[in-house]
Design a protein around this ligand. Structure first.
Ligand SMILES: [Zn+2]
Length: 103
């Protein structure tokens, strides 16, 4: 049984978020979050970097962390896993800026 969640996010891809974070958030972007119990073992979340994210049925802090991590992979598809992990642990991405729509 899969649940689909649609996330709306504002983003302007060509603007450097370090230079102008407000402008960076000016454009809309959608993420489809697919909650699944059938991910490979040891995988908490994964993404195609094209707006689709699969996560396990997680709750609280762990869910937020995995979601952030996968969203960051989409925002910075060329960043290394190490860079994405560092960004995940920083306060760079605030999930409160996102609008969750369940579909
Ligand atoms: Zn990763």
């Amino acid at each position: 049984m899969l649940n689909y969640v649609e996330l709306l996010y504002t983003l302007k891809p060509k603007v450097d978020p370090n230079e102008n974070f407000k402008k960076f958030l000016d454009y809309y972007r959608k993420f489809y979050i697919i909650v699944s119990d059938y991910l490979p073992s040891f995988v908490l979340g994964m993404t195609d970097c094209k707006g689709r994210i699969w996560i396990r049925r997680l709750y609280g802090y762990l869910k937020e962390k995995v979601l952030k991590h996968e969203i960051l992979h989409n925002l910075f598809p060329n960043a290394s896993e190490y860079e994405i992990r560092r960004l995940t642990d920083s306060n760079f991405l605030d999930l409160n800026r996102f609008r969750l729509i369940f579909v």
